[in-house]
Write a protein that binds this ligand. Structure first.
Ligand code: NI
Length: 190
């Protein structure tokens, strides 16, 4: 099942998400999140983006790799669900990357984030992992992790840039945008 993706301005995107217990319902939600992310051609999707304030996100970095391109980071086959994740460590060194978000279509911005993070999480089989990620994998994981903490990439932009985006963000909340996937708009007139 493909869920509508919650747009900027919905309060669920600002919630600090709660840990979950394993259940058939949770496994079904995860399956549907994969389907929803793929339909929107995303590289990541977090549960609040489908209206659920739980600590779950999925990452699939294959979209970064064109066919026949070299893939030194192994992005082409990286696909992982992160359940009840906690970032345990992050590097001092940061790098900037131009980010976007399925909840904030057609808005992009450069965000500085740690180059490397260590994260504790459970996979779909409920095995616990503590792993270190860097580069673009670490980047997407940190963006999605922010979602389960109630943060958005636009929070990191300068006040000037935020001011410039104000009208566009208002239009997104109101549903006044053309987007190639199903969305739910908090301020759309019915
Ligand atoms: Ni996002």
């Amino acid at each position: 099942m493909i869920y509508p993706i919650v747009a900027y301005g919905d309060p669920v995107l600002r919630e600090k998400c709660k840990p979950v217990e394993n259940s058939e319902e949770l496994q079904a939600i995860i399956e549907n999140m994969w389907e929803t992310m793929q339909a929107a051609h995303g590289v990541g999707l977090a549960a609040p983006q489908i209206g659920k304030a739980i600590r779950v996100f999925v990452v699939d970095t294959s979209g970064f790799v064109e066919e026949g391109e070299q893939d030194p980071e192994g992005l082409g086959d990286f696909r992982q669900v992160f359940i009840n994740a906690q970032i345990e460590d992050s590097s001092e060194e940061e790098f900037a990357f131009n980010e976007g978000c399925l909840s904030i279509p057609e808005v992009r911005g450069d965000v500085d984030r740690p180059e490397e993070i260590t994260i504790r999480y459970r996979d779909a089989e409920w095995n616990e992992h503590v792993e270190t990620f860097n580069g673009l994998k670490g980047r997407v994981i940190q963006h999605e992790y922010d979602h389960i903490e109630g943060k958005l990439f636009t929070d990191y932009l300068s006040p000037l840039r935020k001011n410039m985006l104000k009208k566009r963000l208002g239009n997104i909340s109101a549903g006044k945008i053309n987007v190639g996937y199903r969305m739910r708009f908090p301020k759309a007139k019915r």
